[in-house]
Design a protein around this ligand. Sequence first.
Ligand code: 5GP
Length: 216
Amino acid sequence: MTLHQDPIKRRGLMLILSSPSGAGKTTLTRDLLQDTSLDLTLSISVTTRLRRTSEVDGIHYYFKQKSEFDRLRAADDLLEYADVHGNSYGTPREPVEKVLSQGRDMLFDIDYQGTQQVQKRAPHDVVTIFILPPSIRELRARLERRAEDEAEVIAKRLVNARNEITRWPIYDYVIVNEDIQTALAEVKSILIAERLKRARSAQGINAFVEKLLREG
Ligand code: 5GP
């Protein structure tokens, strides 16, 4: 398949999705990646968390020992990192730089601490979306339905969710995920509009307009 080439060249952007666990971000991420017309690349994080049975190393995360995680961090190989629910998580820097330099966009599923770090490092190239659950009752039901975590882990995630929910003010956009199809359409609309922002492609527009004006 040949990918559609935009007539105007632009820098790639970083699309960050954050939410408390159970707000539906994983489903949204999966659906966004399945839509190949969006040409999004997922940033695969490194984590010291134990692998869930449904997860595959190198697809969902790179599962690492703490010593290896600390080595990556010390070598400045991580674009951002944070401790979440008692485990360390971080974004490998190199794949991000590669994708963005190709004028393509990267999707991140990271928490508010990582979001703040990326916003500081690359304020013009980052678009942030916060996903809220419709209710705490629904959040709990989704966590329990997942049933992959121990009861103790679920309880910890619920406590953390209340803290995470208060972090919405640092995000550019906030979506309440009542219905996954609606939320998906909202994320896509944001992405499409952000791609068209003049500031992201001033040079590309200039080149395109010059070419237009040279036409007979
Ligand atoms: P989980 O353990 O459920 O996969 O993820 C727990 C939380 O860690 C989620 O809120 C997720 O967004 C966050 N997270 C996953 N990877 C990263 C990362 O590389 N950096 C940061 N800061 N948070 C991450």
